[in-house]
Design a protein. Structure first.
Length: 354
């Protein structure tokens, strides 16, 4: 009983706190748990050495001794032996590795970065890796901002029907099908054009390092125009281009055979029909996609004298209708034809050069 009382009389109480908590309590080289903690059973008659140890912080050393049974309270604010790094990336969600150890995804606050040189690696699918060396002092708080560069991507372009011309952001890239490689990630405007079809424009987003295929199904915007003229033998000029002359295989028919104009873009066009001796006809047919339009053009005859004769009674101008051995029949006005005996004609001049 006396022995127990003697032991209790020489034992001291030690209350240990630290900021931050969780520091290892080492008294006289013996570990006694982590802060905060009440340590008992220490010899009150001798001095002691206390060490508080926590990863990333400097050791805190305190020497103390008891005054009888009066408890000793030790509270220490630990000093960082490492740094803190705030890592931000654009875009977010990148994997962050510090000194070969994955610490999480950005944005990320990395604690306990050892003082001295450290290596930070940033990795995100579709973007170029970033590796950067940094220098950290004890107690440092640094912020690192990284704007990641996307890996080049590939865009394959094709059309139905084949052969469309492709433009990327307004710049011609060639005739499809084609593959555009080495494109930076981002949004692109792609336009497909093919004669006879409506152009199509799309906005296409390309991820870093990605490969995307786009097929453009184009809509035909063409129609047809059928032209018949009265009389036949008239020239057909369409949008300024002379396409040929109408013909007939039926002399009894008032109108010519059908003159076909195919693959005409939808919209309004200009049709001009001409024939010597007739007034010109100008029309503006509107062509619809997939439809056949018709134009029956009746030309009005024009009175254009092509001959001048000198008779005993004077000069006569008109249109030569018939030249026989005995007579020249001349239309002297619209619809009025007169015969002139060859014996009365002194001179003939052809006004059209024939």
């Amino acid at each position: 009983m006396h022995l127990i009382l003697a032991i209790l009389a020489t034992s001291g109480l030690l209350l240990v706190k630290s900021e931050p908590s969780g520091a290892n309590i080492i008294v006289d080289s013996v570990s006694n748990g982590e802060t905060p903690r009440l340590v008992t059973g220490l010899d009150a008659d001798i001095p002691h050495k206390l060490i508080l140890r926590k990863a990333g912080y400097r050791d805190a050393e305190v020497r103390f001794k008891f005054n009888g049974r009066v408890p000793v309270c030790v509270s220490e604010k630990l000093v960082l032996d490492s740094g803190i790094i705030q890592i931000n990336t654009e875009p977010q969600g990148a994997e962050v590795t510090v000194n070969g150890v994955v610490r999480g995804k950005s944005p990320l606050l990395v604690r306990d970065v050892p003082k001295g040189r450290s290596t930070v690696k940033i990795k995100l699918d579709g973007f170029k890796d970033v590796v950067e060396g940094i220098s950290v002092n004890a107690g440092d708080e640094q912020t690192l901002n990284f704007v990641l560069s996307g890996l080049p991507g590939t865009l394959a372009l094709s059309s139905v029907p084949h052969g469309a011309r492709f433009y990327l952001n307004g710049v011609p890239k060639g005739q499809g099908p084609l593959v555009l490689a080495g494109l930076d990630p981002g949004e692109y405007e792609v336009r497909a054009e093919l004669d006879g079809y409506d152009p199509e424009t799309r906005r296409i987003s390309l991820d870093g390092g990605g490969a995307k295929s786009e097929e453009f199904i184009l809509v035909n915007n063409q129609g047809r125009l059928e032209v018949r003229t009265s009389p036949a033998g008239a020239s057909v000029i369409f949008d300024g281009v002379n396409l040929g002359t109408t013909v007939t295989h039926d002399e009894m028919s008032e109108f010519s055979d059908v003159f076909h104009i195919n693959n005409v873009a939808s919209g309004e066009h200009t049709l001009v029909v001409r024939k010597d001796g007739y007034g010109e006809s100008v029309r503006h047919p509107r062509i619809k996609t997939g439809k056949t339009s018709k134009a029956n053009v009746r030309l009005k005859r024009a009175f254009v004298p092509n001959v001048e004769i000198t008779t005993l009674n004077g000069k006569v101008r008109g249109v030569l209708v018939r030249n026989s051995p005995e007579y020249m029949e001349i239309e002297v006005s619209m619809g009025v034809v007169r015969p002139f005996p060859k014996s009365d004609i002194r001179k003939v001049e052809y006004l059209d050069g024939k």
